[in-house]
Design a protein around this ligand. Structure first.
Ligand SMILES: Cc1cc2nc3c(=O)[nH]c(=O)nc-3n(C[C@H](O)[C@H](O)[C@H](O)COP(=O)(O)O)c2cc1C
Length: 183
């Protein structure tokens, strides 16, 4: 598999721990992985884990000294972007072009001719809400690759769709995207 520069963005979901396994595997496969976090993601996972796994400081604040243009430069640098886990909140923000944080800015700066993957993770009711469904449809109409979700037990005790895909399924989607084989 060719080696890629991957912008790996995490948002505030309990599934952040699963994303760490994916990041570790991508690094082991020889890819360069730049971690990006919303402030929400940092409530679930520490920057030390992500920097330790990738060897790169986490980008989480657009106004960080020394990184003032990373909200554009990282979008130019990467071959592929993935938002994983993608919270309901960030999905809805992206769908209205909200650039109030680094993930939103990077999305607007992203050239959608390059693959941008979204891996939703949320409660089944949040997933079914028309706001979320319309946002996912809008993103898909812009050629964003919306990955599926698993169905089953959720942390809140509900059972239904909205679970983050398993690490192997996420890796498979990323490999396909790198190979230009995503539909
Ligand atoms: C324990 C806990 C788990 C959560 N899990 C999720 C989740 O899996 N998906 C989701 O969309 N929101 C989840 N939330 C709510 C989000 O963290 C919240 O909407 C937050 O504003 C998301 O911010 P961000 O999108 O900027 O990261 C959870 C909140 C808590 C306290």
């Amino acid at each position: 598999m060719s080696k890629s520069k991957i912008l790996f963005q995490l948002s505030g979901s309990i599934a952040c721990y699963k994303a760490c396994q994916v990041i570790s595997r991508l690094v082991q496969d020889g890819h360069e992985v730049q971690p990006v976090c919303t402030q929400g993601a940092l409530r679930f996972i520490g920057a030390a884990t992500l920097e330790g796994l990738t060897g790169k400081p986490v980008f989480s604040d657009t106004f960080t000294s020394g990184r003032m243009l990373d909200h554009v430069n990282l979008a130019k640098w990467a071959d592929l972007a993935i938002l994983c886990p993608a919270s309901a909140d960030v999905i809805n923000r992206l769908a209205v072009g909200n650039a109030s944080d680094c993930v939103g800015s990077l999305f607007l700066a992203w050239d959608l001719k390059k693959p941008y993957l979204v891996a939703p993770a949320m409660n089944q009711q949040m997933m079914a809400h028309p706001a979320t469904q319309e946002s996912l449809s809008k993103l898909a109409s812009w050629k964003v690759h919306i990955l599926g979700t698993g169905s089953g037990y959720q942390a809140c005790g509900d059972i239904g769709p909205g679970r983050l895909l398993e690490p192997e399924q996420l890796l498979e989607a990323i490999r396909k995207a790198i190979a230009g084989a995503l539909p």
